[in-house]
Design a protein around this ligand. Structure first.
Ligand code: ATP
Ligand code: MG
Length: 179
């Protein structure tokens, strides 16, 4: 019998091409001050719910939990910039989490819990990682972003993360539309 490989997966919101290009340019700008490693343009994302390692056999249950969600799309704007010293991440965040995002995130968590998945206990902090191993300088509090960047969220995705020599590689393995 062949044993199923564990898969490291998470749900996320993916920027459209225009937003990803602007975010990548911003990341390169920040890199000049904070060094570290710039996120790949095609890897930029906002995690919705991190699942972690699961058995491949459980993927259909995960997909079923996501498929039951019927919510409207919304506009997402990242207007704050910050740097977390504890994990050396320079990120964009938002002053206020839109109700529609909070709602999508908590409904997904609720459905995942009902399906028996473990989810993150900490408060949801939506963010886009621009740099890893960043040298956070000065105050660590958030400041207004040099320019707000956002996109119209029309779907959410399930992503598989695998480790490669150049860091984590992501592959979308599911996509569900918002109405
Ligand atoms: P790397 O770990 O190679 O630096 P990464 O953190 O982007 O890259 P993963 O560790 O696979 O890759 O994480 C995928 C996504 O899930 C990232 O957005 C990451 O911030 C988020 N994430 C990882 N671990 C957790 C966790 N324990 N709780 C919440 N989110 C997490
Ligand atoms: Mg990680």
């Amino acid at each position: 019998m062949q044993l199923a490989q564990p898969q490291r997966v998470f749900f996320a919101l993916w920027p459209d091409a225009e937003a990803a290009a602007r975010l990548h340019a911003l990341a390169q700008e920040q890199h000049q001050r904070m060094n570290g490693r710039v996120s790949r343009e095609d890897s930029l994302h906002c995690t919705l719910v991190f699942i972690g390692n699961i058995d491949a056999g459980r993927l259909p249950d995960l997909q079923a939990a996501a498929a039951g969600i019927q919510l409207s799309g919304f506009r997402l704007t990242f207007d704050q910039a910050g740097c977390w010293r504890h994990n050396q991440i320079a990120y964009l965040g938002m002053r206020q989490i839109p109700e529609a995002l909070q709602h999508l995130q908590s409904l997904l968590v609720k459905r995942l819990k009902s399906a028996g998945f473990n989810t993150e206990q900490r408060e949801y902090r939506p963010h886009l990682t621009l740099l890893r191993k960043a040298e956070c300088t000065g105050a660590t509090k958030e400041n207004p972003a040099p320019e707000p960047v956002g996109w119209a969220v029309r779907d959410f995705v399930l992503v598989r993360s695998s480790l490669s020599v150049n860091g984590s590689r992501y592959e979308q393995i599911g996509q569900w539309p918002l109405l």
